[in-house]
Design a protein around this ligand. Structure first.
Ligand SMILES: C[S@@+](CC[C@H](N)C(=O)[O-])C[C@H]1O[C@@H](n2cnc3c(N)ncnc32)[C@H](O)[C@@H]1O
Length: 368
């Protein structure tokens, strides 16, 4: 087992003793910065962010004062600063059931065969390979686990473990214990060198929608008679056919379905009941912000359509925050063990050099 400290870590002086500085992370496919809020809350410092969507960049800049770098393929490994933790909620479309069925119906490839998007995981792998951060946290849709009969996850797992040498832990976490939304996502957490890690404990009983609903909601969020009739007819048709597609109608005491990036279309997955005489309404962007666990004063400088897309694509911040806290604790614990070993073993390898080709990759990196 390799217990060597990395001489380029900002957290260790040349004597092997920890230096009190912040752990640094990078925010890949950052969207509107859900990972960033979570990792900053646990005391880390963001040193790089990247997302090519111009509206997400506007929201990100309004909240963090920095415009993220654009297309990941246009960023050279050498342009990314040294970091301790790589964070990435990488695009889920090639892996989600909706994405797969949509692509299949369009005659397009899916998963890793989707040359434009599926290979984004390999951009992450390439950055891990080059920078060798101590840890990573990746997030994706739950369906990543079963996609292509498990083969997609297998390739991802083998690349992270066998090719890149990380110890990987994964878990599906439902955000509903910390936000009033049923939202299952897979988290992959990796460490190099080995590190003991346990996913955080989540409460069994979570908050209800009443905790995020606003009192004075403008009329424009109430469904028109036409749209409400259409949604009811659509649901009735599908119920008769024996499948459960249809709108979701909720009150303050409920937990919402998963907010999707398509919420802007008709909002049908989460409708709020407004009593018998009034049609239901959609959530406002501010309510979506709170439904995802973003701070109530998070700036929303874009249109409602863009805001719905951005929150639907994002992460439940309190979930990531808890995972981040556990990652930091695991790294701190390892730091203490390393120190102890460092003090008791004079031949301790502080001169450990990072290899640019550590472990050897199982794929051909795309050209930069
Ligand atoms: C699932 S979202 C991640 C959202 C983010 N975790 C958050 O908290 O808002 C994936 C993001 O990847 C971005 N993306 C997709 N392809 C990209 C590329 N080639 N380069 C950079 N960003 C990309 C999308 O614009 C989208 O915002």
């Amino acid at each position: 087992m390799d217990f060597s400290l990395r001489e380029d870590s900002p957290h260790y002086g040349t004597n092997g003793h920890p230096v009190k500085s912040k752990l640094r992370f990078i925010d890949l496919f950052c969207g509107i910065g859900g990972f960033r809020i979570a990792f900053e809350r646990v005391g880390c410092e963001c040193v790089f962010s990247c997302d090519w969507d111009k509206y997400s960049q506007i929201t990100y800049e309004a909240n963090f004062g920095e415009k993220p770098h654009s297309d990941i393929h246009s960023v050279a490994d050498t342009d990314i600063p040294k970091h301790d933790i790589l964070c990435a909620g990488f695009p889920c479309q090639p892996f989600s059931i909706a994405g797969v069925s949509k692509k299949l119906s369009l005659g397009r490839k899916h998963g890793f065969e989707d040359e434009k998007q599926g290979n984004l995981f390999f951009s992450i792998a390439e950055i891990l390979n080059y920078h060798q951060p101590s840890a990573f946290v990746l997030e994706n849709v739950k369906n990543l686990l079963g996609h292509d009969k498990g083969r997609t996850f297998d390739v991802i797992h083998r690349t992270l473990t066998k090719a890149l040498g990380y110890t990987v832990y994964h878990k599906i976490i439902d955000a509903q214990s910390v936000v009033p939304q049923h939202r299952e996502r897979i988290f992959l957490v990796g460490f190099k060198p080995w590190c003991h890690f346990e996913f955080p404990h989540f409460p069994t009983e979570g908050p209800k929608l009443s905790s995020i609903l606003e009192r004075a909601v403008p009329e424009k969020y109430t469904l028109s008679d036409h749209l409400w009739r259409y949604l009811q007819a659509y649901a009735a048709k599908h119920q008769a056919a024996g499948n459960g597609f249809g709108f979701g109608l909720f009150s303050g005491g409920d937990v919402a379905r998963t907010l999707s990036a398509r919420y802007y279309k008709d909002g049908s997955e989460i409708l709020i009941a407004q009593g018998g005489r009034k049609n239901p309404r959609r959530l406002t962007p501010r309510e979506c912000c709170k439904l995802m666990g973003f701070p109530a004063d998070f700036r929303i400088p874009v249109s409602d359509t863009q805001a719905y897309r951005q929150f639907g694509n994002s992460v439940a911040v309190p979930v990531v925050e808890r995972v981040a806290k556990s990652v930091i604790q695991a790294l701190q614990m390892r730091g203490k063990e390393d120190m102890y070993i460092g003090e008791s073993m004079p031949l301790f390898n502080l001169a450990h050099k990072r290899s640019k080709k550590a472990g050897g990759m199982t794929h051909e990196p795309h050209p930069a």
